[in-house]
Design a protein around this ligand. Structure first.
Ligand code: C2G
Length: 152
């Protein structure tokens, strides 16, 4: 019987950590379903994603390791998803280790090591740092131009 795998996440600013996780999840079975947190659910999670939900769905749907993409609207939908989608393996990165063991009566629960040194948060921090550098440069240019204009 083909093995069906499911995972959940925001997958904002799609990066190598996400790709490597999905690659490994695809290797656990024959079919991988990814449930993507909607923008509304992200607010409940206390997260605001840079990339809107519909684009995150499109990006994941284009990923060679992903066979199906569904919305994640709330914390409590996993049991119903696992039953409806006839899931054999529920898998997440190990930053969630132990958090979903209660699903063990429905399917195998697996936590895989995260990819080190990359996260959506670190990418956002880097982008913010870039942005503030550019703003400082623009302010400096304006001041310099102002001084030159005053000297005319
Ligand atoms: N991940 C990873 N390596 C990274 C970053 C993320 O393996 N460097 C994994 C996470 O462990 C998670 C998946 O990629 O399994 C998606 O990560 P997020 O988009 O941050 O998802 P999260 O906010 O943890 O949402 O109901 C579960 C939640 O929706 C999970």
């Amino acid at each position: 019987m083909p093995k069906r795998v499911i995972t959940y996440g925001t997958f904002d600013l799609f990066h190598i950590g996400h790709v490597r996780l999905l690659h490994r999840l695809a290797g656990l079975g024959d079919h991988l379903t990814v449930c993507v947190s909607t923008d509304a659910f992200n607010e409940i999670k206390g997260k605001s994603s840079v990339i809107p939900y519909d684009q995150r769905v499109e990006i994941l749907s284009a990923c060679r390791y992903v066979d199906a993409v569904l919305p994640e609207n709330d914390w409590a939908q996993k049991r119903e998803d696992i039953r409806r989608e006839k899931i054999d393996i529920f898998a997440m990165g190990n930053d969630w280790s132990g958090k979903f063991d209660d699903l063990g009566d429905l399917c195998e629960v697996v936590y895989l090591p995260r990819t080190e040194d990359i996260s959506t948060t670190s990418l956002k921090t880097y982008m913010d740092a870039l942005r503030s550098d550019q703003l400082d440069e623009i302010k400096h240019l304006i001041e310099t131009l102002g001084e030159k204009a005053a000297a005319l």
